[in-house]
Design a protein. Structure first.
Ligand SMILES: CC(C)(COP(=O)(O)OP(=O)(O)OC[C@H]1O[C@@H](n2cnc3c(N)ncnc32)[C@H](O)[C@@H]1OP(=O)(O)O)[C@@H](O)C(=O)NCCC(=O)NCCS
Length: 158
């Protein structure tokens, strides 16, 4: 498997999904679990695009539900790699709800997902480094590294 550095642009993804009554409670609010499912799906896609291997979700940082998503809305997810370490990758996801009658888009969630690449034996394995070109990419990487260290500290406490 090639470990040539790759840019975050090569693996970033956007996904739009329409929300149906089966995704929501009787009042029409889309379940948090459905939004988490979509976050998990797009993060896995970005991770696998980067490492070209099977990748599993190791953690999803605290997700806040800032505004409701209603039945009939389109859920728009944008996901991008911030940081990669040896086998782990941090993906940042922004979720918006679009009212299809008015076109108004509202930010409803942000999340950080850590995915881990696995080899043929299901063990964590090295991923390509992240190519950092812009100041924004360098800033995201440095901040991602700090969050990764914080996650490690928290795991040690458990
Ligand atoms: C994620 C998993 C592969 C890690 O395996 P492990 O034996 O703990 O591996 P290690 O301790 O060697 O850690 C491997 C990497 O994962 C990272 N990691 C492990 N647990 C983590 C967690 N809870 N959150 C974030 N990163 C984590 C480590 O920091 C390490 O990163 P690095 O290689 O970039 O330094 C393992 O815990 C697992 O299989 N979990 C279940 C995953 C799953 O089923 N997800 C849902 C379906 S997709």
């Amino acid at each position: 498997m090639s470990l040539k550095p790759k840019s975050a642009d090569e693996s970033k993804a956007e996904m739009t999904v329409r929300m149906f009554p089966s995704d929501a409670n009787p009042a029409g609010n889309v379940f948090g679990g459905e939004i988490l499912r979509q976050i998990d799906l797009i993060a896995g896609l970005v991770a696998q695009r980067h490492c070209k291997r099977n990748a599993v979700t190791a953690s999803i940082d605290r997700v806040n539900f800032l505004k409701p998503v209603m039945v009939g809305n389109a859920l728009i997810l944008n996901a991008r790699l911030n940081y990669v370490s040896r086998s782990s990758m941090e993906i940042e996801i922004h979720v918006e709800a679009e009212n299809l009658f008015t076109g108004v888009k509202t930010l409803t969630n942000t999340a950080y997902v850590t995915s881990v690449a696995l080899d043929e034996n299901g063990r964590p394995t090295d991923v390509p480094p992240l190519l950092l070109v812009t100041d924004d990419e360098k800033k995201r990487f440095a901040e991602g590294e700090q969050r990764m260290l914080q996650r490690k500290r928290e795991r040690k406490q458990h």
